[in-house]
Design a protein around this ligand. Sequence first.
Ligand code: DX5
Ligand code: ZN
Length: 229
Amino acid sequence: MNALRPAQPLLAPSLLSADFARLGEALSLLEEAGNCIAHVDVMDGRFVPNITIGLPVVASLRKATQLHLDCHLMIVEPLRYATEFVAAGANWVSVHQEADPHLHRTLSAIRAAGAKAGVVLNPSTPVETLVDLVGDFDFVLLMSVNPGFGGQTFIPRVFDKLKRLDALRTERNTPFFIQVDGGVSADNAQELVRAGADVLVAGNAVFKAPEPIGAIRELVSKMQQGRSI
Ligand code: DX5
Ligand code: ZN
């Protein structure tokens, strides 16, 4: 048992792959399946080449569910909006390292507003860039695709980054959780958890599956197997 990691792995299905006209039903599905939080991909058409969900949608999701809302901000100048997402109901807010030269300030503001603060690293950003921030974030999200779209192919190099980040957590004896996002499926979930991931984001693998609840349960079971070895 590693006290630096959460006791149980969690799945964060990404609403980006759900039907936007039926987000309430998507939330009910996650509640029914269990072991889930809701991942909300916020994109501004500037940091990434796509535009998705904003503050009013997060406020509506908040009214519709007790589930934790995990807002992944793929926006430029995240400090401008990060605490507004907390006010709208986000429980976790993550911001891209590449989008923010003042990460310490932004992470502190998210925590002060009452949410868990996370740093996101693109596939090309090394985990070593976080060395001087350990203790200032609650979690790290490692992208395993280039952000912007669901349904892309998993980039396996993230395994090496995961191992290095897990080692950093041990070396500093500082608890934080590690999330992986992009191209996650039942084929890689177990190995990702074994390499150090605690929370896996899955969009298409859940919402494009013929049986989303069955897909969630299979992913959660693979994750639990990754922790039991
Ligand atoms: C990509 C988003 C992901 C995406 C994952 O920019 O951050 O959360 O929705 O979708 P899949 O699991 O289909 O790769
Ligand atoms: Zn995401």
